[in-house]
Ligand binder design. Structure first.
Ligand code: ADA
Length: 565
């Protein structure tokens, strides 16, 4: 399943979910002579006993049947981490980054049998600035869904929807991106309907040969209901493409949107004009046996577990998430801080020749692909990178500008661990601190927080709301100890309890994000990675199979009962 709603009523779409032929590639080998394995798509190859720790290249192959000659568009929701796509042996596209979608076009495909193949690489090479050995695992494989579509000479590539609230009435900027893949100018009519009740006519437009063009405008939606975490009302926005004068559309795209406005005012986070406190978790896409390729049932379990603890927010640490997870957040009412892909990259890595381009691509794809989700209320960037470095600062500036340039409707922030040295606090809309009192340092959370706040206010952060974007402690599931020593479930519960008590009582704090929801696999390594027992980051309040640790009760105590507003 690609999304939690149908995206096309007209355009033929086939999901390529299932078993694909699979073969790892030896060093220096570019193509397999045979395929000895089959692997599920979507899925991580680490789920197969022969590939539990495989880091390398492999080819996935699928025989496909094309029932009607024409143009194909094939969409990959996520390949980890580099994909080269081949159709009938011909290269047709390449993409870097596990966490954003991409598509390829194949013109003039004859009816009959064809072969789709993807060469996948999850190695940490010099071609990868963002996927590096880290405190989460870079799995391998076609880890998110794949779909094949038949398109005509022109099609709808994307929909943009940006709502705003004026005197209790909703308006929205609605845009439809059209692409003409023929070699002559194509004139089309574009119409849309929101929720089956609000018709929108974009009129006629001419799209030059081989190019893309936006149609759009600002529209009033009188009487539309708002989206919020308590009342997550969604609307389907159905855009259709017509030949001029024809009553029958020849292409369509359906998005699901919500009327939700986020603003910062007087150090508060306002959703639809009402102050909101984000009771959040950090979550990695990772689950015991399936790695990062969680099926829908497990994604839904995560959302339900977080809601059950009283949470109303999740941070997609540290990369854009699967759209089905975001769809669930839209449906079930979980606010989302979505962030670009970067964790703890120092200045040397930031000066990597591909860093800027790979970040820029990830930011652009994240916003283009996820901008319609009403649940996303914050964009985040460059978690714990070198925001204390004079050479790092212009990179932060550039990325804040890029994101704001694409979407001015959501606050942008960056979680920092550069205590008393950060030189980028003036750039974000919210100050976001990652703090680990009582874990990495044996200190009560209150005093260091107050010191850090004072310093941040004098260092560019004055008047900004604060989010404590990470805090927590590790515990090994099942390790219960009357001494309450570190790594015991008791100690983790004590630390989370105290941190929530302190942070949720601060007037400038608009959100707390516990590190982390569930234990996750990390790269095996030396140095600090050796402090990760079991090769896991064990700071989950549930373990990698979602079994609850004692901390779950501490979280419930605060998140279910405490309303700091
Ligand atoms: C950091 C980082 C997380 C995780 C955490 C920890 O703040 O952002 O990804 O590594 O520390 O467990 O120490």
């Amino acid at each position: 399943m690609l999304r939690l709603f149908e995206q096309h009523a007209i355009r033929p779409q086939t999901e390529l979910e299932g078993m694909w032929d699979f073969q790892p590639l030896a060093e220096g080998e570019d193509w397999p002579s045979d395929y000895a394995y089959s692997m599920p798509v979507p899925g991580c190859w680490e789920q197969h006993p022969d590939f539990l720790t495989y880091r390398g290249r492999a080819v996935y192959r699928k025989k496909i049947k094309v029932r009607q000659a024409g143009r194909l568009r094939i969409e990959f929701k996520g390949v980890s981490h580099t994909a080269e796509v081949f159709f009938d042996g011909q290269p047709i596209g390449k993409h870097y980054n596990a966490y954003t979608a991409f598509s390829v076009l194949v013109p003039d495909v004859a009816e009959g049998a064809h072969e789709l193949a993807v060469r996948v690489d999850n190695r940490f090479t010099e071609d990868s600035a963002l996927h590096v050995p880290n405190d989460y695992y870079t799995y391998g494989g076609i880890v998110r869904p794949v779909a094949m579509e038949t398109i005509g000479e022109a099609y709808i590539e994307r929909i943009r929807f940006m709502p705003s609230l004026n005197n209790g009435e909703w308006t929205a900027e609605v845009g439809v991106l059209l692409r003409n893949v023929s070699n002559q100018t194509k004139t089309v009519q574009v119409r849309a309907t929101l929720g089956g009740e609000y018709p929108i006519d974009f009129g006629e437009t001419a799209v030059p040969a081989g190019e893309a063009a936006w149609v759009g405008g600002s529209f009033a939606f009188s009487g539309a209901a708002a989206w919020s975490s308590e009342s997550p009302r969604l609307y389907e926005l159905e855009a259709r493409l017509y030949e001029p004068g024809s009553p029958e559309p020849f292409d369509d795209l359906i998005e699901r949107v919500g009327f939700r406005e986020v603003r910062l005012e007087n150090r508060k986070l306002l959703v639809n004009g009402n102050p909101v406190f984000l009771k959040g978790f950090n979550r990695h896409e990772d689950f015991g046996v399936v790695g990062c390729a969680l099926p829908l049932a497990l994604m839904a379990k995560d959302v339900d577990l977080m809601l059950d603890m009283g949470a109303n927010a999740v941070r997609t640490s540290h990369y854009p998430n699967d759209e089905r997870f975001l769809d669930l957040c839209d449906e079930k009412g979980l606010y989302v801080w979505e962030e670009n892909h970067a964790r703890g990259l120092g200045i040397d890595r930031m000066k990597h020749p591909l860093f800027e381009k790979q970040c820029e691509d990830c930011n652009r794809e994240m916003i283009e692909q996820h901008g319609c989700h009403p649940s996303i209320v914050i964009w985040g960037l460059l978690n714990e990178c070198d925001s204390d470095n004079a050479e790092g600062r212009p990179m932060y500036e550039k990325q804040f500008a890029q994101i704001r340039g694409m979407d001015g409707s959501r606050p942008v922030t960056s979680a920092t661990c550069k205590h008393f040295t950060d030189i980028c606090l003036d750039l974000g809309d919210i100050i976001s601190f990652n703090l680990y009192p009582q874990w990495y340092e044996d200190v009560d959370p209150e005093e260091p927080y107050l010191k850090e706040l004072k310093w941040a206010e004098e260092s560019g952060g004055a008047g900004k709301p604060v989010i404590v974007s990470e805090f927590g402690a590790a515990a090994l599931y099942g390790f219960r100890e009357p001494t309450r020593v570190k790594w015991s479930e008791e100690r983790q519960a004590d630390i989370i309890d105290r941190c929530l008590e302190v942070y949720m009582s601060r007037p400038e704090v608009v959100g707390t994000f516990i590190w982390q929801f569930a234990d996750c696999r990390v790269t095996e390594g030396s140095g600090w990675l050796l402090s990760r027992a079991r090769t896991r980051n064990n700071k989950g309040v549930v373990d990698d199979f979602r079994r609850p640790k004692m901390a779950v009760e501490a979280v419930k105590k605060h998140y279910r009962n405490n309303s700091p507003l």
